[in-house]
Structure formats: C-alpha cells, structure tokens
Design a protein around this ligand. Structure first.
Ligand code: UDP
Ligand code: MG
Length: 317
C-alpha cells in the first residue's frame, strides 16, 4: 500500500463527506493504492454515523476508529499511526483547512527526495490574528529548543512521514505539536518542509482555545528536559544541588571565620546566628541537598522505566 491517510476528528460531521470525496478524487487521479483512517475522538455529533456510512460505501479504503470519549488529538494520532499500513503516512485535519491536493507532492518528497518527515507550512494562513501572532512566537521558540532550524510551522496538521517514523515515535498527551522534535529525538533527522495551501475553517469551530499556547510552552519545556536529561536526571539535579550546597557551605565558613577573626583581634563581633547571611547560607544548603535527593529519586525512577533500554536500531548485519 502506498499511502495511509490518518484523520483525527472531533465533531466534524459536516466536513467529512466533502473531505473524503476530495481525497478520493486526488488519489484516483494519481493512481495511488491507499487507505483513509478516520479516528473519531469521542465526537458527540453524527461524525461516527458518517464514517460508518463512508465505510460501507468504500469497504477496502475507509477504516474507522471510535474512541469511547474525547481524549485529544495526540491520542487520536497515536492510534491512527498504530493501524497505518501504507509506506507513507499522511496526517491531515478533518476540518477542510488542509488541502488534499498537496498529498502527491508530499508523497514524492518522502519517496524520491528521501525525507523522513515533511511538514506542511501554512505560509499564508486563514486564521484569526489572535492565533497567528502567538503562533509565530511559538514556532520561533520551538525552533530554538528543538534545534530544527528549517521548520516554520511545527503544528501544521498536514504532514507526511516515512512509515518507520510513525511506528517508532510515541505521540502522547498534547505532543502532536512537537512531532518533528519527537522524530528528531528518535534519530530521524531528514526533516523537510513544504509550503501548503490553507483554507479558512468551513464548518464548525476550532477545538483549541488560547490555552493551547500556555500548554504548548510547558510541553516544550518537558520535552526539552526529557530529551536532554531524561535518562540521566542526576546530571541535572546533582550539578545544581552540588553547586548550591557548596555555595552555602562556603558562605557559612566565611560567616564563622569572620566572627572568629574579629573576636581574636579585639574588634566588635556578633554571633553567627545574628548574621542574615548565615540563614541565607543555611537555606542554600538545605535546597542544595533537596535537589541532590531529587536527582537520586530521578535515577531510581529512570532505572525502573520500561523504555530505559529502548534504542532505535536501524540495521543489524
Ligand atoms: N481534534 C481531535 N480531538 C480533539 C480536538 C481536535 O481529534 O480533542 C481534531 C479536529 O477535529 C481537527 C484537528 O484535530 O480535525 C485540528 O483541530 P482544529 O481544526 O480545531 O485546530 P486548529 O485548526 O484550530 O489548530
Ligand atoms: Mg483547523
């Protein structure tokens, strides 16, 4: 099979028939062998009935996965990826904002130009300003943190993957925003970009509010931490803890030595416990010790993590 198209959806009943018809038109025109996997993320409208109907009409092309409740876009993608059988896997939103006409171009970039992952770039967007401006900021940060300098649009719903990529990354929580970063951490470094046409949402309304940006930043920090210190938490907490403890320890000695010196030279002196520096130094030492202990706990946890020895082996001969 050439292509699997994975479509996560939540309450998109009006868009689905149109989307399917459009995909079919493009696929037939290019002679692809393909499947479309609709992942119904707990829709409360008639989306699932529409999918059932499409499935009846096109039994060898349409697949449907129905969640019992709404889990989010990342879990939907995760389950779609598990089912996908095509050599190239395409993801697209169900709301007709992503254009199926782009699929052949994306497919070629994977198969002929040898990319592992190609992300769409909505260069000209048809979204409200309240979304496009924070998005620019978000992408600039993601570029810096992930080190994937050539991507302008991390969170574009329209992406193409080599099959190995989707089978070897685990999208969870709300990490769908950072799939290129996940892929890079898994060792798939040929990441490309293609300018894609974008449409305004035709039916329904967006499923994400402005909290996406707050959560997006927090997720990015977690991902960065996991990729840098995930398997060696002690290197992070231990260093920080040792530095703080050392700083506190030296300060205590200075405070004590100062008192002894003044005492022995007949100068006025005050008790160690009367100096504010003593308490600051004490606090430093306590926090330093706690950080150090956090590092040990982190080590204990990562020692038991089932994926501690989960490596990406490309080939063995
Ligand atoms: N979506 C989903 N589960 C959710 C929220 C969204 O499967 O909990 C789907 C949604 O139906 C759409 C895609 O994810 O197909 C992108 O969502 P949306 O168009 O609302 O996001 P935006 O275009 O505003 O970024
Ligand atoms: Mg949308």
């Amino acid at each position: 099979m050439d292509i699997s198209i994975v479509v996560p959806l939540y309450n998109e009943e009006e868009s689905l028939p149109e989307l399917y018809a459009w995909i079919e038109r493009v696929m037939k025109a290019n002679g692809f062998v393909y499947e479309v996997i609709f992942v119904n993320d707990g829709s409360t409208d008639r989306s699932w009935q529409v999918i059932e109907q499409l499935q009846e009409q096109h039994p060898d092309v349409v697949k449907g996965i129905k969640f019992r409740r709404n889990y989010g876009k990342s879990p939907a993608l995760y389950c779609g990826f598990k089912q996908a059988q095509g050599d190239v896997v395409i993801t697209m939103d169900a709301d007709l904002q992503d254009n199926p006409d782009e699929i052949p171009g994306l497919y070629r970039m994977i198969t002929q130009e040898n990319y592992d992952l190609v992300s769409g770039w909505k260069k000209k967007r048809y979204d409200p300003l309240s979304k496009t401006i924070p998005t620019k900021l978000f992408n600039a940060t993601a570029r810096r943190v992930s080190g994937i300098r050539n991507l302008h649009d991390f969170n574009c719903g329209l992406k193409a993957y080599r099959k190995e990529v989707v089978k070897n990354i685990e999208v969870y929580g709300e990490m769908h925003r950072y799939i290129p970063y996940l892929a890079k951490n898994a060792g798939f470094t040929r990441i490309g970009e293609k300018v894609v046409h974008h449409q305004a949402r035709k039916y329904g309304k967006t499923k994400f509010g402005l909290d996406r940006f707050v959560n997006g930043y927090l997720d990015l920090i977690s991902l960065w931490f996991l990729s840098v210190f995930g398997v060696k938490p002690m290197h992070f907490f231990g260093l920080l803890g040792s530095l703080m403890f050392l700083l506190g320890f030296i300060s205590v000695i200075i405070v004590g030595a100062n008192k002894l010196y003044n005492m022995n030279h007949g100068m006025p002196y005050r008790l160690v416990t009367e100096s504010p520096y003593f308490y600051l130094a004490l606090t430093l030492m306590v926090i330093g010790t706690q950080l150090f202990v956090a590092g040990f706990l982190g080590e204990l946890i990562s020692r038991n993590a089932p994926e501690r020895n989960n490596y990406q082996i490309e080939k063995i001969i």
